[in-house]
Design a protein around this ligand. Structure first.
Ligand code: MG
Length: 389
């Protein structure tokens, strides 16, 4: 019996509870939930998940209350991914778990933060937010008496780890094998991965307009936007700009999601995988957009890069953020006793076990776990003589 909700029949190529490769520390099966529902619930109860409330997506948390944060982004990813998973008779709970966990390892200040930390960690194994998400669920969360981390299923962990360098893949054992063999994760992971892109490409249009970084005439150069925008204006000429723009974005998401479901279903109908392992054995993802939709989606992404991510106002914030994280890292790395006792002790133990790279990793863990506002506050406490410590 599958643990999917009553009435839902999972496809043979879905992730089935009873075929799971299991957890690192064996546990008895949950009584009233499926294995992947348990994964999702553990993620929601984690500290790292709550911290996402105050972490930047594109706009730093204090810039405005209406912008996406990491947590609202993750919920939008989960919403898109769950719709697709349900339509394709895949495991909704696993798809949701992967979506909610995919950004748990993000530093404060979004990609600027990750790049800064990666630079600081250059001689000590680097820093990559995706690897850090896995580290959070495997090692850093302290919630359960029996084990460190959340002890998630293999399928959830394989979904969280979207990419890995050859060196990291070798160290990851079973979880790293697919990067060496050029195999895929299960469909639930593939869907969460693409849903991430669909979510941010669309919500960054909304946030970019709200922040007045994007103007409509420029945005109308993007084919997918222009097509839906024309149609909305034709049907509803008098509803005002805000509703017109929201309706246009809503329709863009719908257009992409419908294409995603149809195209993936066609792939599955053609290739007829009989199990999740047959999905994994393919060299390319089976969950994809059609070529036409994918091209238009890319056009939107490039527009956002040019008009939002590289806008001078965003770049100013990211350069400030980079300096904050660099200075925090330098100060803590030079003198770990400046960190709160718990983190200092961890750094000392890590140094004893793994030398200077161990110490650097402990400092990176502390910084990566910070929210935007906590990082700003820590920076003030360290560098502003007028601030209480
Ligand atoms: Mg994301």
């Amino acid at each position: 019996m599958s643990a999917a909700p009553a009435g839902a029949v999972l496809a043979p190529y879905a992730a089935h509870d009873e075929q799971s490769r299991g957890r690192r520390f064996p546990e008895s099966r949950p009584e009233f939930r499926g294995e992947y529902q348990r994964d999702r619930d553990r993620i929601i109860h984690s500290n790292a998940f709550r911290r996402l409330v105050y972490k930047t997506q594109v706009f730093v948390n204090h810039e405005g209350d209406l912008y996406r944060t990491r947590v609202t982004h993750s919920i939008e990813v989960a919403q898109i991914a769950r719709s697709v998973a349900l339509a394709l008779h895949l495991n909704e709970a696993l798809t949701e778990a992967i979506s909610l966990a995919h950004d748990l390892g993000h530093t404060p200040f979004g990609h600027a933060g990750q790049d800064a930390l990666n630079e600081c960690m250059r001689d000590y194994g680097g820093f990559e937010h995706n690897m850090q998400s896995l580290r959070v669920v495997d090692e850093l969360e302290e919630h359960y008496a029996q084990f460190r981390g959340l002890n998630l299923t293999f399928e959830c962990r394989e979904g969280i780890l979207k990419h890995a360098s050859v060196r990291n893949a070798r160290e990851l054992g079973e979880l790293g094998e697919r990067f060496l063999n050029r195999h895929q994760p299960g469909l639930e992971a593939q869907i969460a991965n693409l849903a991430d892109e669909i979510a941010y490409n669309n919500h960054d249009v909304d946030d970019g307009i709200r922040a007045q970084l994007i103007d409509l005439p420029a945005l109308r150069q993007v084919r997918m936007f222009r097509r839906q925008h024309d149609e909305v204006i034709r049907q509803y000429p008098d509803v005002g700009e805000r509703r017109t723009v929201h309706e246009t974005i809503r329709r863009m998401i719908n257009y992409i999601v419908v294409d995603f479901i149809h195209t993936t279903q066609q792939q599955l109908d053609g290739l007829k995988p009989r199990s999740i392992d047959e999905v994994r054995a393919h060299a390319k993802p089976l969950a994809v957009l059609s070529e036409a939709c994918s091209e238009e989606h890319l056009e939107l992404k490039l527009f956002l890069r040019e008009h939002v991510y590289r806008h001078y106002k965003v770049l100013r914030m990211t350069s400030k953020a980079r300096r904050v994280l660099q200075q925090l890292f330098e100060a803590f790395f030079k003198d770990v006793s400046l960190m709160p006792t718990e983190h200092r002790d961890r750094a000392l133990a890590a140094e004893k076990a793994g030398g200077v790279a161990g110490k650097a990793r402990a400092v990176a863990d502390y910084i990566a776990g910070m929210t935007d506002r906590y990082a700003i506050l820590e920076h003030r406490r360290l560098f502003d003589p007028g601030e209480r410590t």
